[in-house]
Design a protein around this ligand. Structure first.
Ligand code: SF4
Length: 280
Protein backbone atom coordinates (compact mmCIF):
# COMPACT_ATOMS: atom_id res chain seq x y z
CA UNK A 1 0.00 0.00 0.00
CA UNK A 2 1.37 3.40 -1.02
CA UNK A 3 0.77 6.58 1.00
CA UNK A 4 0.38 9.72 -1.12
CA UNK A 5 0.77 13.03 0.71
CA UNK A 6 -1.27 16.06 -0.35
CA UNK A 7 1.00 18.70 -1.93
CA UNK A 8 -0.08 21.20 0.75
CA UNK A 9 -1.26 20.28 4.23
CA UNK A 10 -0.81 20.88 7.94
CA UNK A 11 0.19 24.02 9.82
CA UNK A 12 -0.37 27.31 8.03
CA UNK A 13 1.91 30.28 8.71
CA UNK A 14 -0.76 31.93 10.89
CA UNK A 15 -0.91 28.98 13.28
CA UNK A 16 2.88 28.45 13.17
CA UNK A 17 3.56 32.10 14.07
CA UNK A 18 0.97 32.11 16.88
CA UNK A 19 2.41 28.92 18.34
CA UNK A 20 5.95 30.21 18.18
CA UNK A 21 4.92 33.29 20.14
CA UNK A 22 3.13 31.13 22.72
CA UNK A 23 5.94 28.60 23.06
CA UNK A 24 8.62 31.28 23.57
CA UNK A 25 6.59 33.70 25.72
CA UNK A 26 8.12 34.32 29.14
CA UNK A 27 6.05 33.77 32.30
CA UNK A 28 3.27 31.77 30.58
CA UNK A 29 1.68 31.21 33.99
CA UNK A 30 0.80 34.93 34.00
CA UNK A 31 -0.98 34.65 30.67
CA UNK A 32 -4.47 33.45 29.81
CA UNK A 33 -5.09 31.99 26.36
CA UNK A 34 -8.25 33.76 25.29
CA UNK A 35 -9.84 30.74 23.58
CA UNK A 36 -8.16 27.77 21.88
CA UNK A 37 -4.88 28.87 20.30
CA UNK A 38 -5.37 26.15 17.71
CA UNK A 39 -8.18 23.65 17.39
CA UNK A 40 -5.96 20.69 18.17
CA UNK A 41 -6.09 18.81 21.46
CA UNK A 42 -2.43 17.73 21.40
CA UNK A 43 -1.21 21.31 21.03
CA UNK A 44 -3.56 22.44 23.79
CA UNK A 45 -2.06 19.88 26.14
CA UNK A 46 1.46 21.16 25.32
CA UNK A 47 0.37 24.75 26.04
CA UNK A 48 -1.23 23.75 29.34
CA UNK A 49 2.03 21.99 30.25
CA UNK A 50 3.87 25.31 29.77
CA UNK A 51 1.63 26.78 32.47
CA UNK A 52 -0.80 28.92 30.46
CA UNK A 53 -4.24 29.52 31.90
CA UNK A 54 -7.11 29.31 29.47
CA UNK A 55 -10.61 30.68 28.97
CA UNK A 56 -12.75 28.42 26.77
CA UNK A 57 -14.14 30.04 23.63
CA UNK A 58 -17.70 29.82 24.90
CA UNK A 59 -16.83 31.40 28.24
CA UNK A 60 -15.10 34.56 27.12
CA UNK A 61 -16.61 37.50 28.99
CA UNK A 62 -14.10 40.28 28.26
CA UNK A 63 -11.83 39.76 31.26
CA UNK A 64 -9.12 37.40 32.47
CA UNK A 65 -7.72 36.56 35.90
CA UNK A 66 -4.05 37.00 34.85
CA UNK A 67 -2.05 40.16 34.00
CA UNK A 68 -1.87 39.16 30.34
CA UNK A 69 -4.26 37.74 27.75
CA UNK A 70 -3.15 36.08 24.52
CA UNK A 71 -5.48 36.64 21.59
CA UNK A 72 -5.44 33.67 19.25
CA UNK A 73 -4.84 33.57 15.49
CA UNK A 74 -8.64 33.48 14.98
CA UNK A 75 -8.83 37.12 16.16
CA UNK A 76 -11.45 38.95 18.19
CA UNK A 77 -13.61 42.03 17.64
CA UNK A 78 -12.38 45.51 18.60
CA UNK A 79 -15.21 45.60 21.12
CA UNK A 80 -13.82 42.51 22.85
CA UNK A 81 -10.25 43.82 22.59
CA UNK A 82 -11.31 47.07 24.31
CA UNK A 83 -13.10 45.13 27.07
CA UNK A 84 -9.96 43.10 27.72
CA UNK A 85 -7.80 46.25 27.88
CA UNK A 86 -10.34 47.92 30.17
CA UNK A 87 -10.08 44.96 32.54
CA UNK A 88 -6.38 45.82 32.90
CA UNK A 89 -4.98 42.96 30.84
CA UNK A 90 -1.89 43.46 28.71
CA UNK A 91 -2.57 41.92 25.30
CA UNK A 92 -0.35 39.53 23.37
CA UNK A 93 -1.98 39.58 19.97
CA UNK A 94 -1.36 36.64 17.62
CA UNK A 95 -4.27 37.41 15.28
CA UNK A 96 -3.39 36.11 11.81
CA UNK A 97 -2.88 38.98 9.32
CA UNK A 98 -5.30 37.23 6.94
CA UNK A 99 -8.02 37.29 9.61
CA UNK A 100 -7.27 41.00 10.10
CA UNK A 101 -7.70 41.47 6.35
CA UNK A 102 -11.16 39.89 6.61
CA UNK A 103 -12.05 42.24 9.51
CA UNK A 104 -10.89 45.24 7.44
CA UNK A 105 -12.97 44.08 4.46
CA UNK A 106 -16.11 43.70 6.60
CA UNK A 107 -15.69 47.14 8.20
CA UNK A 108 -14.98 48.80 4.84
CA UNK A 109 -18.15 47.28 3.38
CA UNK A 110 -20.15 48.43 6.37
CA UNK A 111 -18.73 51.96 6.06
CA UNK A 112 -19.77 51.98 2.41
CA UNK A 113 -23.37 51.25 3.41
CA UNK A 114 -23.47 47.50 2.77
CA UNK A 115 -25.30 44.93 4.88
CA UNK A 116 -22.48 42.46 5.51
CA UNK A 117 -23.08 38.78 4.71
CA UNK A 118 -20.46 36.42 6.13
CA UNK A 119 -20.13 33.03 4.45
CA UNK A 120 -19.14 30.67 7.26
CA UNK A 121 -20.19 28.86 10.37
CA UNK A 122 -22.33 30.86 12.78
CA UNK A 123 -20.86 30.62 16.26
CA UNK A 124 -17.33 29.80 15.06
CA UNK A 125 -14.83 31.88 17.00
CA UNK A 126 -13.44 33.60 13.89
CA UNK A 127 -16.95 34.47 12.69
CA UNK A 128 -17.84 35.86 16.11
CA UNK A 129 -14.79 38.10 15.89
CA UNK A 130 -15.61 39.14 12.33
CA UNK A 131 -19.16 40.14 13.19
CA UNK A 132 -18.53 41.54 16.67
CA UNK A 133 -18.03 45.11 15.44
CA UNK A 134 -20.77 45.08 12.79
CA UNK A 135 -24.12 46.80 13.22
CA UNK A 136 -25.85 44.95 10.39
CA UNK A 137 -24.84 41.46 9.30
CA UNK A 138 -26.02 37.94 8.45
CA UNK A 139 -24.03 34.69 8.65
CA UNK A 140 -24.76 32.15 5.94
CA UNK A 141 -23.55 28.57 6.32
CA UNK A 142 -25.52 26.86 3.57
CA UNK A 143 -27.62 27.64 0.50
CA UNK A 144 -30.75 26.84 2.56
CA UNK A 145 -30.00 29.90 4.71
CA UNK A 146 -29.90 32.30 1.78
CA UNK A 147 -32.87 34.64 1.71
CA UNK A 148 -34.17 37.65 -0.10
CA UNK A 149 -32.96 40.33 2.31
CA UNK A 150 -34.46 43.83 2.55
CA UNK A 151 -31.14 45.53 1.79
CA UNK A 152 -30.21 47.39 -1.38
CA UNK A 153 -26.51 46.69 -0.89
CA UNK A 154 -25.08 43.33 0.20
CA UNK A 155 -21.37 43.08 0.94
CA UNK A 156 -20.23 39.45 1.06
CA UNK A 157 -17.08 38.21 2.76
CA UNK A 158 -16.05 34.68 3.79
CA UNK A 159 -14.67 33.05 6.90
CA UNK A 160 -11.02 32.49 5.98
CA UNK A 161 -11.38 28.68 5.93
CA UNK A 162 -14.43 28.31 3.68
CA UNK A 163 -13.68 26.25 0.54
CA UNK A 164 -13.64 28.40 -2.61
CA UNK A 165 -16.21 26.22 -4.35
CA UNK A 166 -18.65 26.54 -1.45
CA UNK A 167 -18.20 30.31 -1.37
CA UNK A 168 -18.85 30.51 -5.11
CA UNK A 169 -22.06 28.45 -4.77
CA UNK A 170 -23.33 30.58 -1.90
CA UNK A 171 -22.51 33.77 -3.75
CA UNK A 172 -24.46 32.56 -6.78
CA UNK A 173 -27.42 31.69 -4.52
CA UNK A 174 -27.28 35.14 -2.87
CA UNK A 175 -27.24 36.91 -6.25
CA UNK A 176 -30.14 34.78 -7.50
CA UNK A 177 -32.26 35.43 -4.39
CA UNK A 178 -31.51 39.18 -4.37
CA UNK A 179 -31.70 40.21 -8.04
CA UNK A 180 -32.37 43.87 -7.23
CA UNK A 181 -29.55 44.29 -4.72
CA UNK A 182 -26.04 45.47 -5.44
CA UNK A 183 -23.94 42.46 -4.36
CA UNK A 184 -20.21 42.90 -3.87
CA UNK A 185 -17.87 40.08 -2.87
CA UNK A 186 -14.52 40.46 -1.11
CA UNK A 187 -12.54 37.24 -1.30
CA UNK A 188 -11.26 36.84 2.25
CA UNK A 189 -10.56 33.10 2.03
CA UNK A 190 -6.92 32.71 3.03
CA UNK A 191 -4.30 31.42 0.63
CA UNK A 192 -3.21 28.47 2.82
CA UNK A 193 -6.84 27.27 2.91
CA UNK A 194 -7.08 27.55 -0.88
CA UNK A 195 -3.82 25.64 -1.32
CA UNK A 196 -4.93 22.85 1.01
CA UNK A 197 -8.34 22.55 -0.62
CA UNK A 198 -6.88 22.47 -4.13
CA UNK A 199 -4.33 19.90 -2.99
CA UNK A 200 -7.00 17.60 -1.55
CA UNK A 201 -9.12 17.96 -4.70
CA UNK A 202 -6.13 16.73 -6.73
CA UNK A 203 -5.38 14.02 -4.17
CA UNK A 204 -8.84 12.40 -4.26
CA UNK A 205 -8.47 11.79 -7.98
CA UNK A 206 -5.29 9.84 -7.38
CA UNK A 207 -6.06 7.55 -4.42
CA UNK A 208 -8.53 4.88 -3.22
CA UNK A 209 -9.16 6.32 0.23
CA UNK A 210 -8.15 9.46 2.14
CA UNK A 211 -7.06 9.94 5.73
CA UNK A 212 -7.55 13.46 7.11
CA UNK A 213 -5.63 14.27 10.29
CA UNK A 214 -6.88 17.02 12.58
CA UNK A 215 -8.71 18.06 15.73
CA UNK A 216 -12.44 17.39 15.98
CA UNK A 217 -13.25 21.09 16.43
CA UNK A 218 -11.15 22.27 13.47
CA UNK A 219 -13.35 23.89 10.83
CA UNK A 220 -10.82 23.61 8.02
CA UNK A 221 -10.10 19.94 8.81
CA UNK A 222 -13.82 19.24 8.52
CA UNK A 223 -13.89 21.04 5.17
CA UNK A 224 -11.09 18.81 3.87
CA UNK A 225 -13.05 15.71 4.88
CA UNK A 226 -16.24 17.09 3.29
CA UNK A 227 -14.40 17.76 0.04
CA UNK A 228 -13.39 14.07 -0.12
CA UNK A 229 -16.95 12.99 0.68
CA UNK A 230 -18.36 15.21 -2.05
CA UNK A 231 -15.94 13.65 -4.51
CA UNK A 232 -17.39 10.26 -3.54
CA UNK A 233 -14.12 9.06 -2.01
CA UNK A 234 -14.01 7.07 1.26
CA UNK A 235 -12.51 9.35 3.91
CA UNK A 236 -11.48 8.79 7.54
CA UNK A 237 -10.94 11.75 9.86
CA UNK A 238 -8.53 10.85 12.66
CA UNK A 239 -6.80 12.83 15.36
CA UNK A 240 -3.82 10.49 15.50
CA UNK A 241 -2.43 7.06 14.54
CA UNK A 242 -4.20 5.31 17.42
CA UNK A 243 -7.56 5.87 15.68
CA UNK A 244 -6.61 4.12 12.42
CA UNK A 245 -8.35 0.83 11.66
CA UNK A 246 -6.71 -1.70 9.32
CA UNK A 247 -10.06 -2.74 7.81
CA UNK A 248 -10.49 0.74 6.25
CA UNK A 249 -7.63 0.01 3.86
CA UNK A 250 -8.36 -3.56 2.78
CA UNK A 251 -7.89 -3.83 -0.97
CA UNK A 252 -6.54 -0.26 -1.26
CA UNK A 253 -3.42 0.36 -3.32
CA UNK A 254 -3.09 4.10 -2.63
CA UNK A 255 -4.01 5.99 0.53
CA UNK A 256 -4.12 9.79 0.42
CA UNK A 257 -2.95 11.76 3.45
CA UNK A 258 -3.87 15.32 4.31
CA UNK A 259 -4.26 17.43 7.46
CA UNK A 260 -5.86 20.62 8.71
CA UNK A 261 -3.97 23.86 9.32
CA UNK A 262 -3.88 23.18 13.07
CA UNK A 263 -2.28 19.72 12.83
CA UNK A 264 1.39 19.50 13.93
CA UNK A 265 3.90 17.96 11.51
CA UNK A 266 4.81 15.26 14.04
CA UNK A 267 1.20 14.09 14.22
CA UNK A 268 0.97 13.83 10.44
CA UNK A 269 4.26 11.92 10.36
CA UNK A 270 3.03 9.54 13.07
CA UNK A 271 -0.10 8.76 11.05
CA UNK A 272 1.98 8.18 7.93
CA UNK A 273 4.28 5.77 9.78
CA UNK A 274 1.27 3.88 11.16
CA UNK A 275 -0.30 3.66 7.68
CA UNK A 276 2.89 2.28 6.20
CA UNK A 277 3.12 -0.25 9.02
CA UNK A 278 -0.32 -1.59 8.06
CA UNK A 279 1.04 -3.08 4.85
CA UNK A 280 3.54 -5.24 6.76
S1 SF4 B 1 -6.10 29.23 8.34
FE1 SF4 B 1 -5.56 31.06 7.15
S2 SF4 B 1 -6.46 32.76 8.27
FE2 SF4 B 1 -6.42 31.02 9.68
S3 SF4 B 1 -4.51 31.25 10.77
FE3 SF4 B 1 -4.07 29.94 9.01
S4 SF4 B 1 -3.35 31.38 7.40
FE4 SF4 B 1 -4.36 32.57 8.98
Amino acid sequence: MEVVRASAMGFCFGVRDALEIAMTLERPEETTLYGALVHNEEVEVALAARGFRKVAEGERRGGVATPRALITAHGISERERSALRASGAELVDTTCPLVRRAHDAALALQSAGFHVVVLGRAGHVEVRGLTGDLASFTVVGSAAEVQRWPHAKLGVIAQTTVPEREAAELLRAIRAANPDAEVQFRDTICEPTKQRQRAVEALVREVDVVVVVGGRSSHNTKQLALTCQRAGKPVHWVQGPEELEARWFEGCAKVGLTAGTSTPDERIAAVEVALLALRE
